[in-house]
Ligand binder design. Structure first.
Ligand code: BG6
Length: 490
């Protein structure tokens, strides 16, 4: 089918996300013939820039990501720039005139995508103006793509949502969770629902626990101001981690349509047992990295980072035990863990199967290793299955063997591709891999109860893990209480 055409307005066009992800992703779509020949992008940001200066910065960011290509000269001529004041109607009216002219010039059929890739405090204001100043009066479709954070907690998320919904219907709002654009996150569904050997076992009769880890090596870098008000719980758990859990735990959808998938995911969030007071302390662990000096390489602790308070109570690490109270999952803990300045950059899911009823191979090995299914999300992409088998010549002894499938991705930079996929989905009107309001609301209500406990009590032991490690000891103890341990993620 023909590629959809649209005018894409990027608010925050001089920002980091636009440069590192959005421009290169648009170019890749163009390269793969997935962008209609009739496309046009308006970069919107505060600073004064000419079209040609903006086009040069677009070229530069694409070249940094993709190298030099001759067709870039032509590609960037479709980029325009509007210097914008987010609170001033006349600025929106000028933007509207530009948009309408370009719409005619490129025959964009009145299709419009508004991409908010900027400071969240302006999301509401911009949406108000888009409507009141007439930018949303179009003949074609209008869609709002909105980056995280979607609110700071449930009340602020509701307020933001109500405001956006004055200008856009729910099905016109595309809430980005870039983890949903990752190849192997999308693959969770395929692995589960396209294989006869997994789905029958995918329940509390055969699975003992699931572990979802997303560890980062980087610290908060220049984002101290944002991160101080966020912390790992809001930054990673409320969105990415819970979205992965929903995909792992949901029932098979009736069909692979966005409504069907969303409605199954929402049921998982509804079954997620909410934790309050003491239960938070029993099931959740918070951590903050402290300085380290391994190999004489001094690394800052979180409290030494720019824009961070010297006695900060903000968590840079979270581990938690999630209980999904439904028929399929009762009794199976789902452990999650994420943090900054950890030992390795890795996102992985480990599904640990229950032990077989009796071990006939005790002679040489004390215990058998459990069967594990590992879904590698990044940096490597693939799946591994750990089985027990007999090594040649070694009778009566079962040894773990690993079946490996590596999804040799085009390159190892997974993230820009996530954006590429999500941009394309939005242009086609497929909202499957975006967060629906119901999911966002339910995950905030889960997370809010935890942050209430944490915010009301200074974490006395902070910092409690050394930069470059896999987190505080309490995160290991969390699993040990249940007789489990974290499987290594490297
Ligand atoms: C973002 C968070 O949503 O995800 C960042 O705000 C985090 O703090 C990032 O670093 C991790 O994404 P990825 O794709 O690198 O795992």
């Amino acid at each position: 089918s023909e590629n959809p055409t649209a005018l894409i307005m990027i608010f925050g066009a001089t920002g980091d996300l636009a440069k590192r992800k959005l421009f290169p992703s648009l170019y890749r779509l163009f390269k793969r013939g997935k962008l209609s020949e009739r496309y046009c992008i308006i970069g919107v940001a505060r600073r004064e820039l000419t079209n040609s200066a903006f086009q040069e910065s677009v070229r530069q960011s694409i070249e940094e990501a993709e190298g030099h290509h001759d067709d870039l000269n032509e590609f960037i001529t479709h980029f325009y720039y509007h210097s914008h004041d987010v609170t001033d109607s006349s600025s929106y009216l000028a933007l509207k005139t530009l948009a309408n002219d370009l719409d005619t010039h490129y025959q964009l059929e009145g299709n419009r995508i508004f991409y908010l890739a900027m400071a969240p405090e302006f999301f509401g204001t911009i949406a108000d103006h888009l409507k009141s100043d007439g930018l949303t009066d179009v003949d074609g479709f209008k869609r709002l793509v909105i980056e995280k954070p979607f609110g700071h907690d449930l009340p602020s998320a509701i307020e933001l949502n109500n405001r956006l919904r004055q200008a856009f219907a729910e099905e016109e709002v595309y809430r980005i969770d870039h983890y949903l654009g990752k190849e192997m996150v999308q693959n969770i569904e395929v692995i589960r629902f396209a294989n006869a050997i997994f789905e029958p076992l995918w329940n509390n009769r055969y699975i003992s626990n699931i572990q979802v880890t997303s560890s980062e090596v980087l610290g908060v870098e220049e984002r101290g101001r944002y991160y101080e008000n966020s912390g790992a719980l809001r930054d990673m758990v409320q969105n990415h981690m819970l979205q992965m859990v929903a995909l792992l735990a949901m029932e098979p959808p009736i069909k692979l349509t966005d409504e069907e998938i969303r409605s199954e995911k929402v049921k998982v969030f509804r079954a997620l047992k909410s934790l309050e007071g003491e239960a938070v302390k029993e099931n959740f662990v918070r951590g903050q990295y402290g300085p380290s000096n391994k190999n004489n390489e001094p690394i800052n602790g979180y409290r030494q980072e720019p824009m961070v308070k010297a006695d900060s109570n903000t968590e840079t690490f979270v581990a938690g035990k999630l209980i999904i109270d439904n028929f399929r999952w009762a009794g199976v803990p789902i452990f999650i863990r994420t943090g900054k300045k950890m030992a390795t950059k890795s996102t992985k899911i480990v599904v640990q199967f229950k032990d077989i009823p009796m071990n006939l191979y005790y002679q040489h090995e004390k215990t058998l290793n459990p069967n594990l299914l590992v879904i590698h999300i990044q940096p490597d992409e693939g799946i591994s299955l750990y089985l027990n088998a007999q090594k040649s010549g070694d009778t009566m002894n079962a040894t773990p063997v690993k079946l490996n499938f590596s999804n040799n991705s085009v390159d190892h930079m997974n993230t820009p591709e996530a954006y590429e996929r999500l941009l394309y989905d939005c242009m086609r009107g497929d909202a499957t891999n975006f967060a629906h309001w119901d999911e966002v609301a339910l995950s905030w209500s889960f997370v809010d109860k935890i942050s209430q406990v944490w915010e009301n009590q200074q974490a006395e032991q902070f910092p409690n893990y050394e930069a470059g490690t896999m987190g505080p000891k309490a995160a290991d103890e969390l699993l040990e209480k249940d007789g489990f341990h974290w499987w290594p993620v490297e």
